[in-house]
Design a protein around this ligand. Sequence first.
Ligand code: NAD
Length: 347
Amino acid sequence: SLFGLPDQAPHERVLLAADAETGLKAILAVHSTARGPAFGGCRFWTYDNELAALNDSLRLSQGMSLKNALADLPFGGGKAVIIKPAGHFDRPALFAAFGRAVQSLEGAYITAEDVGTTTADMLGMQAQTQFVSGIPRAGAFGGDPSPKTAWGVFVSIEAGVKLHLKRSSLEGVRVAIQGLGAVGWHLAEFLHKAGAKLVVTDVDAAKIARAQQLLGAQAVGIDEILSADVDVLAPCALGAALNSVSVPQIRAQLIAGAANNQLATAADGDALQQRGICYLPDYLVNAGGIISVAREYRNEGEESAVMAEVSRIGDRVAELLERVKLENSTPGRVADAWARAKLVKPA
Ligand code: NAD
């Protein structure tokens, strides 16, 4: 349905924004403002067709509602996608046009970085809209959310290793990372420092070479990472990595990564559980970045307070696994119900 996906509340608003001069074609999806203005990043990506872009924006914005609710942020869920123009384009002008589209929603949607967008894009948009975050500030935290996202994934892996793998530390734990981008690279560094053994891949050979050189990582092909012989799998590339083809091949016992929408369907989460594999829901573990840009936007807290807030994602993982035991369900289903119960205005 154009109004939302099965089993989810419908979207409040979806704006198609086009600008002939710059070639902008964007979809701004406001899923829910029940907790506050819809907050979520802007993806700049090449899509096979416009429906694929629409579908991505609807899935991602719903995920943001759940993510922001579970992180107890006073924001609803939204997301924007800009369809990358095929030929030459003027990037600052394109993002200025996007900024005007954000402004036209009068604060119902606040934007920030996502895949394909940078702090420079956000900074450039400030002239058009005040509803933008993820901009470096002199003497204060903020800017690129990726390191904080990676920290949230790291503390989630730590909690999962302790509670599901029953291992007291990350020393010697084998972790496969799919995608060494902004988040994946920081995660690799945190894990290496904690003594984990890394197995990595990326479509960019230079990133793999760097991980081999600096972090002693073992490299595998992009088709081999999901079935790698490891303890933990961290999907940090794009969505739907966990699907009916990959799930039967996964050898890791724990899955926790940054990528949004890792499960192709809820049934894939059930299949993981049946195989005894613990999947920590993406929107629970990857909330570090939105916590950072949300606190930056509200000009709240200091770096240490924000890091402490991100670290509490590890406590939420522990609570989730407790609830899963009590409810005899899967982490995905329990987290969904937990988050949906919070899709109301915070007290
Ligand atoms: P990024 O674009 O910097 O990194 C993605 C990396 O994955 C790139 O290095 C790319 O070459 C690689 N890649 C692409 N396809 C691949 C494949 N098939 N196999 C292996 N590697 C592949 O993006 P990012 O900011 O690191 O985000 C990664 C994921 O985390 C995305 O799904 C994003 O939505 C999600 N996420 C990011 C943040 C954040 O703070 N950046 C926050 C929450 C969620």
